[in-house]
Design a protein. Sequence first.
Length: 372
Amino acid sequence: MSNLMRIPQAGAIAINDAVDRMNTLTLFVKQTLRSELDYGKIPGCGEKPVLFKPGAEKIATLFGLHVNLERLEAIKDFTGKNFNGEPFFSFEYMATLKNRQGDVVTQCVGSCNSWEDKYRWRKAQRECPTCGAAAIMKSNYPDRQTGDKGWYCNKKADGCGANFHSTDKSITGQKAGRVPNERIFDQVNTIDKMAQKRAFVGAVILGANASNYFAIDHAEIDGIEVLDADYEPMQTVNNAQPMQRIEVEVMPDDGRNDNQERIAYAIKLTEHKWSEAKTICDEKVGPIPSADLSSEQVREVIRWLLTDYGVRRRRVHEETAYALTTELINQQPNITDENLIDRYFVRLDELAHEAPTQGRGQARQFAGVSID
């Protein structure tokens, strides 16, 4: 033990809790989040994927985080009175994430406005005066009779095939390429929602310590994709190795037993009473005072509290509910109580969503146990 660090028990627990939290995130991203739906890579911006709102919502659920959005600013100038005649809309929100106990975990501000390139401009294409299709193309070949390289309505783009002279004002008088977006009023709600999304996704990345895996957002400027957040090297999620817990020589603490605190934390989230927890402990572990329980026995009490919650609150069979805790511990043997409880609730939600998809005449099973 001479080569090991010697730190207080509370310090060892805090460090290993942080390690378990990062391992939980890595495992969750690998096994649950789906590429191109929950996150995706942006062409031209390296290998760092962008976290999408569905992925952020799943990570927030994993860690038991709840969002509160507060609007900090809203500018709606439909006439452009204060912006040289050009309509302008801008929204700014602060997202506050809280855990299940109501404690603030993190905050992040997100904004969006109508002068961002993707809202301020649109790509205009010439329309056919005959059929109205936006399929006008410039010919690369001269007309056999006149020698004029005119315009034509492309049939392959749902056009009518009509031909026009190169100087036809009905064609040349139309603007093409990047033009001001005269329909910006249709996007006011979109801009508002985008500001909310940026604040929420940014808060989740900060609260879950996920910036090593994801960028926050991106935009397109002159055809080049750029990240809103500073670009940093990424740890590839699929190749990420689990972080190692530290090996320490734990110093004696002040004599306070934390068994009751661990059980109290589980009781609060599973909505049990102390008398109910004592009954479960007596039946599943033995009539042992909480202060005398070993760490493994406390974990067993917590597993049965979760099992009872699944049975009573979520209508899951006892074998299935207990098997869920076994699955999570097998995936992450050193998982903390907090992460075990958080992931257990997520798995219950997943079971609830999976249930309607099963065949009516077939018995459904989980870990070899019928759940019908």
